[in-house]
Design a protein around this ligand. Structure first.
Ligand code: ADP
Length: 597
């Protein structure tokens, strides 16, 4: 790094700057003070040879002095130490060769010193490559000269100049001083460098420590945030469960048309709120890296029909035509995948397509993109004839809490989390979303997903069929639930199937009741005072009577499911239903587990 100063500068400080490394600074200092010693020595020599009338030596010494002064001036003007070092070394080499071959025609102690000096100086100032170069350029000719002289083959037309002892003493003395000076200077520069390296590594260590603490803090706060969201979601979902459940009941109880309308608005808003809570929760979980993808057996045709079933009604209500196309190749295939996540992704896309389309059609398709022996790549596409998206916004809509425009928020609602969740869910599986859109014409979202194919076909998988509702009135059900609103809700709901449940207000009570009575199934709330659902289930599984210990248990939970799924199964609970749930969904689960007497 060079630093420029005014032409009349002579100060060392002005040519040093903090952005120069320790070695650069040492090299500049060495040149600066080295020039001082050279001036004194060359001036002394010049005077000495001048008075001895040694013409060539006087001219040589004078040239060296002028060059040294010029280079010194150049150094204090521009600290180009590399160029200056090369100049000095070229000069020293020329003087050396001139002395050996022309002026002195001899190799004496001064010659040896000058060679040593150039070796030292070139290595320290310019590094190994140039060091070797200048060393050889100075050494080889001298060795050649010595051999020629040895065989009496060296002869030129000029008589060598002899200098007196004083000149030799000055040269020897000055050269030694310069050699010692260069050595000591570089030794201290090395020491400083090591010290600085150590200081830097100490600083680095301190910085690393600080960084670690900061990361720890950030992780902790993110964990606190996650926990807060989990707790909040539970707290919000519980009353929401009651609101949605009560709405369902009131709608089912033949209300007046105006009441029905109000109830529908209420149900719609509560469902909306629930969707937002779920979105925030899901996003939180994805961000916290807590999403685990499952590899369950699934029938993609059935899954797609389930996902689109409810959406079709919504589209039809809006006057949109809905097309679901499933590749016939998928018909009998059993694939391994995560149905929950596929549902979540497609549901979001289809939901958006319906939301942002006023008229026209929605197409949802699942086509075989690549069909290999034991894997299959399926292309999922959701296409609409909706409002479309500006080209410049095609990336930003995948950012969390980002919607295309403020108008979008006002007109269509939403949190702007749907696509962010979709994108992250795909990314976590190494997949990418393709999107194309034209304003006013519509949008198309698509992605490819690979599935492992099971050897069995759909027919071999246990059929999941809804059984008839008759006979349900005989079902002996125990519900462990502490929240009276939920109890009321469950009771009313079960009345539709003529089921009259027994209620236990906590886990301990459920255990007691179970010991004295006979039941077909237990619906177990997980968060209860005295004995919670997990512990109660574990106690039940330990009961001596196999009829009681083997009773099917369905957990009812308002907590974020993915977090506690493992816990649920570890506790010996057979299945779970997330609150708020659709009554039919709960019935399906019950029927699946219970052999009705
Ligand atoms: P939200 O739907 O809650 O606003 P999303 O993340 O699902 O959040 O979508 C982000 C934005 O992307 C939407 O607000 C909308 O502006 C735009 N968008 C998404 N899907 C479509 C679509 N099919 N047609 C038009 N715009 C869309």
């Amino acid at each position: 790094m060079s630093k420029e100063t005014g032409f009349f500068n002579f100060s060392l400080n002005k040519i040093l700057s903090p952005d120069q490394s320790i070695f650069e600074q040492a090299r500049i200092r060495l040149l600066y003070y080295g020039f001082g010693i050279v001036f004194v020595a060359v001036a002394g020599l010049l005077t000495s040879v001048y008075f001895q009338h040694k013409v060539i030596l006087t001219i040589t010494a004078a040239i060296v002095l002028v060059c040294a002064v010029s280079l010194f001036k150049y150094l204090t003007y521009k600290p180009q130490w590399r160029q200056i070092s090369h100049s000095l070394l070229i000069m020293a080499t020329l003087v050396n060769l001139n002395n050996v071959f022309i002026t002195m025609q001899n190799v004496d102690i001064v010659t040896i010193q000058v060679i040593l000096l150039t070796i030292l100086f070139s290595y320290y100032m310019l590094g190994q490559k140039w060091g070797l170069f200048y060393s050889l350029v100075n050494l080889i000719p001298v060795l050649v000269f010595l051999s020629l002289q040895y065989f009496d083959n060296y002869f030129i037309m000029l008589r060598p100049e002899k200098v007196d002892q004083t000149t030799i003493i000055i040269s020897v003395f000055a050269n030694f001083i310069i050699i010692i000076y260069i050595h000591s200077y570089f030794y201290s520069a090395f020491l400083n460098n090591i010290k600085e390296l150590k200081e830097t590594s100490d600083e680095q260590l301190e910085l690393n420590n600080k960084l670690e603490t900061a990361i720890e803090k950030a992780e902790k706060s993110s964990q606190v945030k996650s926990e807060f969201l989990s707790i909040m979601s539970h707290e919000i979902r519980t009353p929401l469960n009651a609101v949605i459940g009560m709405c369902n009941l009131m709608i089912m109880a033949n209300p007046r048309p105006d009441q029905k309308e109000n109830l529908n608005v209420l149900k719609f808003s509560a469902n909306n709120l629930l969707a937002i809570v779920n979105d925030v929760l899901d996003f939180n979980k994805i961000e916290a890296g807590k999403v685990v993808f499952e590899k369950n057996k699934l029938n993609l045709v059935e899954l797609m029909q389930n996902i689109c079933g409810a959406q079709m009604l919504k589209a039809e209500e809006k006057g949109l035509s809905f097309h679901l196309e499933i590749d016939p190749l998928l018909n009998n295939k059993v694939l391994f995948g995560d149905p929950t996540r596929i549902t979540q992704i497609l549901f979001n896309l289809v939901n958006n397509a319906i939301k942002f389309t006023k008229e026209g059609s929605i197409w949802v398709s699942a086509t075989c993109f690549e069909n290999r022996h034991n894997t299959i790549t399926v292309n999922f596409t959701v296409k609409d004839t909706g409002i479309g998206i500006e080209k410049s916004n095609l990336e930003s809509i995948f950012e969390p809490f980002t919607q295309e425009s403020v108008t979008s928020t006002r007109q269509y609602g939403g949190t702007g989390l749907g696509l962010a969740i979709v994108k992250r869910l795909l990314e976590l599986q190494g997949l990418q979303m393709q999107v194309s859109s034209k304003i006013g014409e519509g949008s198309q979202f698509s992605f490819n997903m690979e599935f492992a194919v099971a050897t069995e076909t759909v027919e071999e998988v246990a059929p999941f069929l809804l059984q008839q509702n008759e006979g349900m009135s005989n079902l002996r059900m125990l519900i462990a639930e502490d929240n009276p609103v939920n109890v009321l809700l469950m009771k009313k709901l079960l009345l539709k199937w003529n089921i009259i449940p027994t209620i236990a207000e906590n886990g301990e009570r459920a255990l007691e009741i179970l010991q004295y009575g006979n039941f077909d199934i237990i619906l177990m709330d997980l968060q209860m005072p005295v004995l919670n659902g997990f512990d109660a289930a574990m106690e039940i599984r330990k009961l001596p009577d196999p009829k009681k210990s083997g009773i099917p248990i369905i957990a009812l939970t308002a907590a974020a499911l993915h977090d506690i799924k493992e816990q649920i199964f570890n506790a010996g609970i057979n299945d779970y239903v997330s609150k708020p749930f659709k009554p039919e969904y709960l019935m399906e689960k019950i029927q699946h587990l219970v052999v009705i007497h």
